[in-house]
Design a protein around this ligand. Structure first.
Ligand SMILES: C[S@@+](CC[C@H](N)C(=O)[O-])C[C@H]1O[C@@H](n2cnc3c(N)ncnc32)[C@H](O)[C@@H]1O
Length: 241
């Protein structure tokens, strides 16, 4: 997969060696991309330049088709940092949603198995995973609350971003490798408290609930200051088996 960047911030995903890409800046012959170095520029039939870049997770985040609230990069970063998910890991994830977290995890872990109960959302997530070219992310249409009892594991980490995460805590404990981490994400206080209680009751240790802050800087003509936009996303609970 190649990210083609053109004037005016236009971006397109394309397969090197594929058919022609039709854009408002002209037609790009994707066969010309074969064997080109990253950063090379090709021209459309109208002579407009397109720079070929190697796509990275933030590009997928920007372009993935959304079916609901995706997890934000700041929260994804914290989950990866506090669980230590690494290239030898197999990760269980639910709910998939658009697959944003699953795609980020797929760029790091050996294997990601992710469950989405809504068939339409699961199909959309499969397309997003395909766009990202990640053969190690398996999107399964199913209810994690039913499936987790049938899963054998062991998984090195489990990530849960769904309303009923509390009800999957005991199952997560069972399928985790000893020493493995669980990360849950809850947008509401009440949900976070209920999930944390279930996590503790399931036998997890090192339970920690955090909010990850992020504030942009506004750089203006009069000066530089923190952005006045303050947005809440969710509560992350990390726990260890
Ligand atoms: C907030 S979204 C997840 C967003 C996702 N983490 C991302 O980064 O794109 C929650 C998703 O969980 C799904 N869901 C809810 N309950 C579920 C269950 N029991 N099993 C599997 N998926 C479930 C919903 O359909 C929804 O798509």
């Amino acid at each position: 997969m190649v990210l083609l960047r053109a004037a005016g911030g236009r971006e397109y995903f394309a397969s090197a060696g594929g058919e022609k890409l039709h854009t408002d800046l002209g037609i790009v012959d994707l066969k010309k991309l074969e064997g080109m170095a990253w950063g090379s520029t090709i021209e459309s039939h109208l002579g407009k330049p397109f720079m070929a870049l190697k796509p990275r997770a933030p590009d997928f985040f920007k372009h993935m088709r959304r079916t609901g609230a995706p997890m934000m990069p700041k929260d994804i970063g914290a989950i990866i940092a506090y669980t230590g998910i690494c290239p030898s890991d197999t990760v269980l994830d639910a709910g998939t949603g658009s697959g944003v977290l699953a795609v980020y995890l797929g760029t790091i872990a050996k294997k990601v198995v992710t469950y989405e109960s809504n068939e339409q959302f699961a199909n959309n997530a499969k397309k997003n995973v395909e766009l990202a070219g990640l053969g190690n992310v398996e999107v399964r249409h199913g209810d994690i609350l039913e499936e987790i009892g049938r899963l054998e594991g062991p998984f090195d980490a489990v990530t849960l971003d769904l309303q009923d995460a509390a009800r999957a805590a005991a199952g997560a404990y069972r399928v985790l490798l000893p020493g493995g981490f669980l990360a849950t994400y809850s947008p509401f206080f009440e949900q976070a408290a209920e999930t944390r209680k279930a996590i503790e009751e399931a036998g997890f240790s090192e339970v920690n609930t955090i909010i990850v802050g992020e504030q942009e800087l506004e750089v203006g003509r009069r000066g530089t200051r923190p952005s006045t936009r303050v947005g809440h996303t969710g509560f992350i609970t990390i726990a260890r088996k």
